[in-house]
Design a binder for this molecule. Structure first.
Ligand SMILES: [Zn+2]
Length: 320
């Protein structure tokens, strides 16, 4: 895990360094911008996610240092721990409580209790554009609003004060320095703005799509807040899906996020163990008559997400 974290951080640093400081041709710069976007998503999947759950190391200090990699790629790890670890992991796919279902505002209808508008009919097509913009909203609007108000949606969380607030603001300042100020200083041009936008677009699409594939698909359940009758572990099984479990490259790059069933059941276990754990979880589910949700391929999972968005956009619930 240490080697993997170092490799992904080095991938990002190299893509960024060459793009910023070397003379490259336009097509090489475009590839480097895509590479930087993919590497930032890689930091999100494989480095910061485990660390913020306390799963990278048995040392709290190591976890805290690696948690800060999320701040370095633009988003507050303090807000994330409250939003993701507490709200998303506890209230997965539950109406108004799971922040992952609320992020699309009026533009996306991700669950059938959300009001439907005419434009939702096309959401399965334009969702990719929104995904591409969502890092900007996350970095520059959502985090500041949440830190300032001490609220995530309708929920209060412990307001960041003292050291936590300093770390959050220092992270933002560092991110803006390397990702905005230095590029503008060295390369202020429309061409470089296009490269920057390409990186953000790739990052947003890869991050959002992967997090969506585990929960927002036609196979998972969505519940009203007063409709929860199962215990916690059964609820996680009902609202979460694995995908492409035998795809070695995805298992490496996605930091176990294609094994979200295992991640939701054992969030503090490091993701390198999920492939082995998945076999035990699958056997245990079948021994207890519980449904283990898994799409065998990435393509199958993308199709399940596409059909769910299309169905919700058209208001057709008949085939569910
Ligand atoms: Zn998580």
């Amino acid at each position: 895990m240490g080697l993997k974290s170092a490799a992904i951080l080095a991938w990002l640093a190299t893509s960024y360094g060459v793009l910023m400081f070397a003379h490259v041709r336009p097509w090489e710069a475009a590839l480097l911008a895509i590479s930087a976007g993919l590497a930032m998503a890689g930091v999100g999947f494989s480095v910061m996610h485990d660390a913020n759950h306390g799963g990278t190391s048995s040392s709290a200090r190591t976890n805290a240092i690696l948690s800060f990699t999320l701040d370095l790629i633009g988003a507050s790890s303090y807000v994330w721990r409250n939003k993701h670890n507490v709200l998303h992991h506890t209230y997965t796919n539950i109406s108004t409580l799971d922040p992952d279902l609320e992020g699309g505002g009026p533009f996306l209808r991700l669950a059938d209790w959300q009001p439907r508008h005419a434009h939702h009919r096309y959401q399965h097509l334009y969702v990719w554009l929104l995904y591409g913009l969502f890092p900007l909203k996350w970095w520059f609007i959502d985090d500041f609003r949440d830190l300032l108000t001490g609220r995530i949606g309708d929920h209060q969380f412990p307001r960041a004060r003292g050291r936590a607030l300093f770390v959050a603001l220092a992270g933002k300042a560092l991110f803006v320095s390397w990702a905005v100020v230095l590029p503008v200083w060295l390369h202020a041009s429309w061409g470089f703005l296009a490269l920057w936008s390409l990186s953000v677009f790739v990052l947003g699409n890869v991050l959002a799509a992967v997090f969506q594939l585990a929960h927002c698909v036609e196979h998972t359940e969505f519940l009203e807040a007063d409709g929860i009758e199962r215990d916690w572990a059964e609820h996680q099984l009902a609202t979460t899906m694995d995908f492409a479990p035998r795809n070695t490259f995805l298992a490496w790059y996605l930091g176990g996020l294609n094994f979200q069933v295992e991640h939701h059941l054992f969030p503090r276990v490091c993701h390198v163990h999920y492939p082995a754990l998945s076999r035990i979880v699958e056997e245990t589910c079948s021994a207890h008559g519980l449904r283990y949700r898994c799409e065998r391929t990435l393509r199958g999972a993308l199709g399940a997400n596409f059909r769910w968005l299309k169905r919700l956009g058209s208001g057709d619930r008949s085939s569910r």
